[in-house]
Design a protein around this ligand. Sequence first.
Ligand code: PLP
Length: 458
Amino acid sequence: MKLPYAEPYKIKVVEPLYRSTQTEREQWIKEAHYNLFNLKSSQVFIDCLTDSGTGAMSDRQWAEMMVGDESYAGSRSFDKLKETVRRITGYEYFLPTHQGRAAENVLFSVLVKEGDIVPGNSHFDTTKGHIEFRKASAVDCTIDEAFDTAVYHPFKGNVDLEKLEKVFKKYPKEKIPFIVVTVTCNTAGGQPVSMENIKATSALCKQYGIPLYFDAARFAENAYFIKKREEAYADKTIKEIALEMFSYGDGMTMSAKKDGLVNMGGFIALNSHDIFKKASVFNIMFEGFITYGGMNGRDMGALAVGLDEATEFDYLESRVEQVAYLGQRLEYFKVPVQHPYGGHAIFIDANKFVPTIPKEEFRAWSLAMELYITSGIRGVEIGTILADRDPITRKNRFPELELVRLAIPRRTYTNHHMDYIAVALKNIFDTRTEAKHGYRIIEEAPIMRHFTVKMEKI
Ligand SMILES: *Cc1c(COP(=O)(O)O)cnc(C)c1O
């Protein structure tokens, strides 16, 4: 008999979870005005709100916390991290920042000016925010398949080269400071970008003289998908794949809260000495001196180890296949999920799940509520509440997709937790025709309303 899969780690430290009752949760969520962001973490049993900064560190990373060098300038921990970043990315220059959006803020302060165009594959919201804040525009050049949940494509995060070339032809070179390739593409559901596509995108950029930067938050998960789905890379190591991937770009911004396997941190890595020097000035202004940039010495040490661990095949296999395991369990129960599964999350299709709830009553939000109340699981709505109102008409924008995202923290939950999530959703799915009532808004902020919106049951 073939031996079944088992995680390549054992657990040394545990954090107890409180198993609340449905009566308790009904009271808590009412007090939280039916907004999952308002819950205390102690009121949540399995937390799938985000995979950002919520993972578990290894014993080696914790050991680094003890030997961290907290010197203001020239910290040993900085040298360790710098050496690791150079070895894994191949980029010569490096600046630490306190998280991913801070790296964007520093780099874009150098590169982006009013009226610029920054093409990319479905920019992450903070990336887009930092572009638009500078009165520039982000142009989405993702392939069309990314927006069709039913169609299978192994690399739904790919850049559409025709769309990209159109942008290059339409605007003068001076207006396009760079393009951003996000690996994996978070906005498209954690979907990977192929090496072939990265290579071709890079060639097109070179032809037009436009630099290419990676938004590399999940670069290791992307490398894993390349190894599994692109034949030429089946025998390469994750580190070899990552290094080749980065060789097609000019630099990167990183949220270390994802594939850095730490709870807080970020950085910029790049090849240009000139841009590094300019970015250093902004780093000192916004983040801190260039040898710590908003991070503790001990945190830089833990990140150095985290980057090494995140680029090992065994870790990535346990990570990405755990997400897929949840997807497979849900499909076994006929629960409608998005295809193919992303690297860090499973998306439940609420339009197919609860079509009986009118879209005006926030389908995906309602489903996320039901999931919490019945089982203590916290997901997040990616639907009408998140899509916000039209800034001109102030009417609700109804996106094509109403999703509940279940993001899986790294090395944190076991497959028993995945089984629990799958059965909780199956139970709701089996009684879905009874769910006819949604929610209405009683109070909301003028922008980014999902974090603070107050709702009531209809
Ligand atoms: C999380 C994330 C960011 C922003 O990083 P923070 O560390 O949250 O500031 C940028 N891009 C992508 C793709 C991300 O997932």
